[in-house]
Each structure stands twice: as structure tokens, then as C-alpha cells.
Design a protein. Sequence first.
Length: 278
Amino acid sequence: MDRTTRTIGTATVVALTDGKGLFFQPARDAFPAVPDPEQTWLRAAALDPVAHATNGDWRLHFHCFAVRLPDDRVILVDAGIGPAGSPAAAWAPVPGDLPAQLAAAGIDPGEVDEVVLTHLHTDHVGWAVVRDGEGNRRPYFSNARYLLQRAELAAISTINPGLEAALIAPLRATGQLSLVDGDTRLAAQVRIVATPGHTPGHQSVLVETDDTAMLITGDLLVHAIQLVDPDIAYAHEMDPAKARDSRVRMLSDLAGRSSATLAVAHLTEPFHDRPGTH
């Protein structure tokens, strides 16, 4: 099976890896409250051995996902860490590789119809707006509408106030920012689902048909240890209780389907079959 592509009904989902590198703190510091830590960390390492270093470092991958629909519509979920000088450069490995990844998938940036920003952390919005040759900020996906939860924008001063000028203002200037409230259907097979907690307006994308589904998670879960135990909180969740409730709710939904896949932003492999499905 191609590790970068999955098919759900008539939709094709392509994983696009913008980069990889070390997180700014050890994994055990990012997940400080782990029940039965020795066995739980061993199980997490077995699910994602590349992420685990013997010295405790955590190696992240930065995945975005393109959803191709049969009418040639393209929906991009998240915009990666971005080019050199992007807001994520303070901590993430830049420049990212998304333009080359899109080209390899046969996708021109001008052909992207929607960009779903799962949330306003800098490693998910890096290519959304870039500087042109004159230094002006412009949307990289010139013909796309950019979808963001209204609750996320309302919390921007708490999440990252610098993104008001770096991201939101350029999208507003071109009329490409589209705010949504809660669950929103984008196509017959594709809908946004509100998954708050990691940030106040975090959203994920569900691609589904009949009893088969793929959940493009954003940061609903960020590490294999949350596949081992979805109750485990991540230190950088703004509301850990809400994040847990969103994670458990969505994973429970997938577990009830005959076939389900997770498309994850930060694990080494972009696609993971939901445990308990086939």
C-alpha cells in the first residue's frame, strides 16, 4: 500500500510532509502524567519507533493532507511549518517542503479550492500566507477560501497574537477568510468537525462514506502515546479536559465503523488504522 495515499469512497487523501525535526522538549515532559509509564511508553514506542530517541528526544513529522474529490476539487487540511522566516521558525525546522510535495502530487497551489486550518499554532499555518518578491504578505493559495472556526479567531490574542497581522489581515484583505461555527459540511463526503480543547476553536476533518471513515486530526492527538491511551493529556493543550473529551468522542465514533483511519499531523507515518477496526 502507498504510505502517502488512501482512498475513502471516491475521495483520495494524499499525505504531504512539510518537514521533520526535534520537538523543543523531551516527550516525557510534554506528557507528564502517564499511567503505568514504563509499559505505556513502551507501547507508544512500538507504534512509532522513529519518534523515540534513547536520550528522550521526540522527533516530530509535520504532515498536511490534500483531499481530492471526483469533481477535481482539492481541499487542503493545514498549511505546515512554512518557508524560512515563517512564524514557526522560532522552534520548528524550516524551510518546509510543502511546495515540492504538492508538485509531486500533481497539485498546483492555484488549484486548491479550500484550506482548512485546524488551529492557529504556527506549525499548521506556515504556507497559508507568504511574502512575495516585494516583501508583501499574500495568500499562497490564491484561489482558495481559508476556513477557520470563529471561536479560534476570537481566541487569537491568547493563542498567538502575532498571527493577526501575519495571517488574518492578509486573508481578510483578499476576501479569502471564511469563518465557520461548529460542524460544517464541505462536500458530500467531507465535513469539518469541531474538536475544541487543544485550542478553543480546534477543528478536524472527517472524510466518510457508508461505514468507512478517515479523520484528519490536526492536533486532536499529537503522539502515539495518545493512541495507547486517549485520556493522556498533552502539556500544551489549552483546555486538557475539553481536548480529552473531543479525542475520546471522535475515536469512539471511528471505533464504531467497519473501517476507519486516522490521518495524523505529527506521527512518523501519516496514516494509522484505528485500533479495533479492520
